[in-house]
Write a protein of this length. Sequence first.
Length: 864
Amino acid sequence: MQNDPKSSKIKDKDEMGPRDMNGLTEEEGKVSIEDNSSVGKKISKTKGSVKKKISSKETTELNPINNLDVKVKDITTKDEKIGIKSKGILKKSKAIDKKNPLENKKEEKIILEEENNKESKIEEVLRNEIENKKTELKDGDNINKSKSTKTNELAVQSKTKKTTNKSSKGKSAVTSTKASTRKKSPSKELMGEFQEEGEKIEKSKTEHSKINVKKRTESIDKSEITNLNTYLFHQGKNYESYNILGSHIKTEKRKKGVQFVTWAPNAKDVYVVGDFNNFEVKEEYKLERITENGLWRGFFYTAKAGNRYKYCIVGSDGEIGEYKADPYAIQSELRPDNASIVYKPKAFKWNDKKWIDQRNKINVLEQPLNIYEVHLGSWKTNKDGGFLKYEEIAEDLPKYVKDMGYTHVEIMPLIEHPLDASWGYQGTGYYSPTSRYGDYEGLKILINKLHEANIGVIMDWVPGHFCKDAHGLYKFDGTPTYEYQEEWRAENKGWGTCNFDLGRDEVKSYLISNALYWYREFHIDGLRVDAVSSILYLDYSRSHGEWAPNKYGGNGNLEAIDFLKELNKAVFAEYPTALMIAEESTSWPNVTKPTIYDGLGFNLKWNMGWMNDTLEYVEIDPKYRKHNHKNITFAMMYNYAENYLLPLSHDEVVHGKKSLVNKMWGDEWNKFAGLRAFMCYMMGHPGKKLSFMGCEFAQKIEWREYEELKWNLIDELEIHKKTQLFFKDLNNLYLNNKAFWELDHDYRGFNWIEADNNEQSILIFARRSRNDKDTLIFIINFTSIVYYDYQIGVPFLGSYEEVFNSDDSKYGGSGQIMGEMLVSEKTQFHNQPYSLKVKVPPMATLILKVNEINVDKEIKEKDE
């Protein structure tokens, strides 16, 4: 969210179903090589079968085949087998089996076409053979007398040995009737061959079926206008509205063109203008109104990919306003130009399956979450000071963030926006990744690379308000469309923007579809929802008399509350392990409670109270900190009311607030020491973490969106290099120790050891996981005094190891470290059963970890 108010101006297909590798439909495909594995077995009895009892050591019951849907069993006689498939079909199956259809799509296409051309022929063979079998069974003919020519044409190729006919030629008909007609069981070797061959064919069929399903799915025209999807859109329930609205390249009447669909409920007429008609309003480019509630559609053969376009909307009064960019465009011109672009996404190969699979199995609240907030335009720039492309950023950002020990990046808004200084928070194109850094595919490359490096991606998202520039959403059809009808509700005076009408159904379809669009199309892992407070309150930034209460007399925006609940339900229904983070700065209750418990449904909320209190504290002279001790401890009083995230965001290092290091009290040494002590306190405090780019090497000047970070400081000044190392080591300590994060939102995860030592400004607390051996003890000294043999209470009898000391000289500290193993004694202190003595370094944090726990038999027996 921006801190200072700025106006946007300155600021046909086979109807028989999928075919298998032999060109058979799924039903016909029941006749398969696998059936040969049943050779020698009894043919099962079906309802209505003609029974023939043949006296023998073994009885075989033969059943007539009634229709194509019944699976045909191959029958092996003493001399020969009768199969259903021809040699050609089997040969084709084997040939395909040797190749992976996915690796050679061209060859597969040719083969499929050949098979489809032979479908009628195959069907005829099947029908004739089944009829022959019916006739043979009904007439009681001996199957052994089948003609060899028929066998040669239809038998499945195999290496089976012919059975020897042991029947006597001179036996009478009676003897013949009584003689055994049993089938000879095939050898194990033969059965193995049949099974192996069957498995191969089945595998090929499965792969082929998958390809068919994929092709059929891909061939579905998602942009087709139907009564259902338009009805859902107008009901606020179409969460895929971007598939029908906007510009979509498609084919109609066997000719390719572009379909344009937009929503302008109060428009008299709508035209599309663009490169295809020289941006002139022409009658032949007029859209047709297709719903009473204002959906307009047109299809034009002259339009094509890459064309720029806008909508010319004639208002209900007959007036033509400024041409409008498409709210659903997925590509836009680079500012200052602002036309939408007809864009057809290219096929993209994601390599993040491992990441996605892992993400889908975890409980995000019990995992490490240390976020690096980044503004792509100023993290790094090219040699000329211009923007890097998404692909170029992908070369460095994932490696850097991974090496520094962060778990996620949070990217400031990437929706298209006209003003650089708005940082993306005043958008005009919610579906269009800003063209400042490239295109649609470029952003996918960046996110793919981050996931390959095991870095999650959170996007900053602004569903509360939008830019008022004339080409955007503002009064889209000449009247309030995306914004509220009442002027006082529509105007956001604080930021010079317009508030979305979150009670209007079409707006809900627009925004919820957009949230899911980023998850579906770009594989993001979470959304940070901006300015939730301005959404929730009717009187947000409004004085008395400038607002009206809701129907219950309160100041809650009831429509917006319902919208946020619906948004979170929709996201979690499709992405159960998603991150939905609320930037909410008030005490509004149950922000992170599930909607089934009448909560808003987010799973994390920024703890703005913690941020304000602690940053105020570290600016105070240590002499007076004892009078403000509650600032550093109060957050634990309400810590478990919500699932909190501790933010040190871009908002805190701009507009005269100073950089993070310069917020610290004192001279150069104390500023850097204070920064280190404070960051250890933050990492130890319950809650997930976020810090803004540049803080990790202590950039001294405030953040400026128009220039890159001062990376030169790392090479030029040793203290900045040491500070970067400090952040790297602290981040990795956090990442590799469960006590930091496993029980962030559980009372068992934290306990005070000493919270009230305001005189010395020292805090001591323990962080725990589900395993006692993971326990960490934090001793934080917010003064420049060294304390020797300082006694502290500890929870276990045993040994403790100093695992981190922010005063280490390698980080720029004074080097007051211990190094030796510490052993606790049976002396109660700080309301703990045991204690030990430590050296407390100046303006620093000391972190101890349990090395070994000794069973205290006396206390254990006493407790029992």
